[in-house]
Design a protein around this ligand. Structure first.
Ligand SMILES: *Cc1c(COP(=O)(O)O)cnc(C)c1O
Length: 239
C-alpha cells in the first residue's frame, strides 16, 4: 500500500465513523451503540490489516475461500470476524471456530448445518437470520411471513444462538428509497423481541451499506456493513 492509499483509507474510516455518530445522535441513540462492520471483500490482507490498525473492530467477509486465505495471513488479528455473504452448507465447517457472527442464515437447512458443525466442536455459533425483506425472487433470505417458523425451528438447536436479524433490501437508486424496507425490518425485529423465544436474543439488527447506512440507523439498525465508503471502489466497479 502506498502512503497515499493509507491516508485515504484512514480518512474514509474517520469519515464513516463520524457519519455513523451523527446519524445515531439524530436518532436519539449513542454512537457507540452502532457497530461498524467493514465489508472487506476483494481487499487483500494488507488492506484489512491497515483498516484494523486504524480503528476498524469488525471485519466482514463474503466468500469462504477468501476469508480462509486472509485468515491464514493473520489479516483479522485484533478484530472480530463476521461472515456476511451467501453460505453453502458444505462450507460451514470452515467457518466454525473462526467467525464470531454469521449474518446470513437464509434457510432452516443452513441453520441446522451450522448447529451441527458447531456442536461437533463443542461450540455455539452466534448467527443472524437473513430476511428477504423485499420478497424478491432473486434474493436469498427467509420471507417475512416464514420468519417465526424458522426461529421456532432453530432456537431449539444447541449449537446455534440467534442474536438478531439481517437484511439486504432491493437495490434502490433513489435517495431514501430503502426507508420503507428498513422500517419493516425494525417492526419485525421488535415483534420477535417481544415474543421472547428461548435461546434467542434480539441484540443486533444488521442493515445499511455504503449508500444507505444513515437511513438504516434512522430506522433502528445497530450494525451496519460498509465496504466501498471505507475501502473505495472494488475492481469490478471501476469502468
Ligand atoms: C459488499 C457488501 C456490503 C457492503 O457494500 P458497500 O455498498 O460496498 O458498502 C454489505 N453487505 C454485504 C452482504 C455485502 O456483500
Amino acid at each position: 500500500m502506498t502512503n497515499q492509499d493509507l491516508a485515504a483509507l484512514r480518512q474514509n474510516i474517520l469519515s464513516v465513523q463520524e457519519r455513523i455518530a451523527r446519524a445515531a445522535e439524530k436518532a436519539g441513540r449513542k454512537p457507540e451503540d452502532i457497530r461498524l462492520v467493514a465489508a472487506s471483500k476483494m481487499n487483500d490482507a494488507e488492506r484489512v490489516k491497515a483498516a484494523i490498525a486504524n480503528g476498524i473492530r469488525i471485519a466482514g467477509e463474503n466468500r469462504v475461500q477468501e476469508l480462509l486465505e486472509k485468515f491464514e495471513a493473520h489479516a483479522y488479528d485484533g478484530a472480530s470476524l463476521h461472515f456476511i455473504g451467501t453460505l453453502q452448507t458444505n462450507k460451514v465447517k470452515y467457518l466454525i471456530g473462526k467467525t464470531d457472527l454469521i449474518h446470513s442464515v437464509n434457510s432452516d437447512k443452513l441453520g441446522q448445518a451450522i448447529a451441527k458443525e458447531a456442536g461437533k466442536k463443542g461450540l455455539c455459533q452466534d448467527v443472524l437470520i437473513e430476511v428477504n425483506i423485499g420478497n424478491e425472487q432473486s434474493k436469498s433470505g427467509i420471507d417475512p411471513q416464514d420468519l417465526d417458523r424458522t426461529i421456532e425451528n432453530l432456537c431449539q438447536l444447541s449449537g446455534i444462538r440467534i442474536r438478531g436479524l439481517m437484511a439486504i433490501p432491493p437495490i434502490s437508486n433513489q435517495c431514501g428509497g430503502n426507508l420503507h424496507y428498513f422500517d419493516r425490518m425494525r417492526q419485525l425485529f421488535i415483534d420477535i423481541s417481544q415474543k421472547k423465544y428461548d435461546n434467542v436474543s434480539m441484540d443486533y439488527l444488521s442493515m445499511g451499506m455504503s449508500g444507505d447506512f444513515e437511513d438504516a440507523i434512522a430506522c433502528g439498525a445497530n450494525m451496519v456493513r460498509v465496504g466501498t465508503a471505507i475501502f473505495g471502489l472494488r475492481p469490478y466497479m471501476m469502468k
